[in-house]
Design a binder for this molecule. Structure first.
Ligand code: F6R
Length: 243
């Protein structure tokens, strides 16, 4: 087992700033980097910081390609809670990433074929250089819920009631998240060359503890990261249980 490096900060804003700097440095070192991107509340302030760095100059996404972790199945195109809409609003529309370079899993037509195509597109880029991850309160990464095989790849998944409850606030009043999504698998994530996992807030403390202080277990998908050689965890003191 490998022990990830923990970088702990006093505030959520300090975490966001440090993660944005990490992403910017990766792109500056490798302008044609392939990024694995995440959505969720954690990444809103991180992408805002990254946009601020971009506006300062000396950072370009013109040669970058990105692959998001996941997308809901069954939302109409342009739905405000789709991860495509999130990425357009919080990042893509505000940086120089070319329009066709920001990929999300396909959720229309033959979805199983789209899953295979997604894996092939990542492989054609030589794999993901830097994968960003949040963590669910149940230890999920991407939408790999507890029980997800550690060698799983991009596929259709059922969301757990706890994930649906956690994400309902992202939806317009009276709507709830769809029951299914497409996610990169744990195995897809594990193939990334470097992984940055971000956890902010006391409600992530239990999942973070389970992920990294116990033996890897299917009950906690994030614990698979123990077997990855290059993981950095950025978190605040609250997510460390106040330590
Ligand atoms: C998002 C994703 C999820 C979230 C996780 C944490 O693309 O794959 O795993 O990273 O659910 O979400 P927040 O940041 O909203 O707490």
């Amino acid at each position: 087992m490998n022990t990830p490096e923990f970088r702990v900060f006093g505030t959520a804003q300090a975490v966001a700033s440090a993660v944005a700097q990490h992403i910017a440095a990766a792109v500056q070192a490798n302008p044609a980097a392939t990024l694995g991107l995440a959505t969720g509340k954690t990444f809103i302030s991180i992408y805002a910081e990254l946009i601020a760095l971009y506006r300062q100059g000396g950072l370009s996404f013109a040669e970058v390609e990105s692959f998001n972790l996941d997308e809901y199945i069954g939302l109409p195109a342009g739905h405000p809670a789709s991860f495509r809409s999130y990425m357009e609003e919080h990042l893509f529309s505000q940086i120089d990433l070319p329009a066709n370079s920001g990929h999300l899993p396909g959720v229309e037509g033959d979805i199983e074929q789209a899953c295979r195509d997604y894996e092939a597109a990542i492989a054609a880029r030589g794999g993901i250089d830097l994968q960003l991850l949040g963590i669910g309160q149940n230890g999920h990464i991407g939408f790999n819920e507890p029980g997800s095989p550690f060698d799983s790849h991009t596929r259709i998944v059922d969301l757990t009631p706890s994930t649906i409850a956690a994400n309902t606030s992202d939806f317009p009043e009276g709507e709830v998240p769809p029951p299914q999504a497409v996610t990169m698998g744990v195995g897809t994530i594990m193939q990334a060359k470097e992984i940055v996992l971000v956890a902010i807030g006391a409600n992530k403390a239990e999942a973070l503890d389970k992920a990294f202080r116990a033996e890897p277990s299917l009950d906690c998908p994030a614990s698979a990261l123990h077997n990855h050689p290059h993981v950095i965890v950025y978190c605040d003191q609250a997510a460390m249980g106040g330590k």
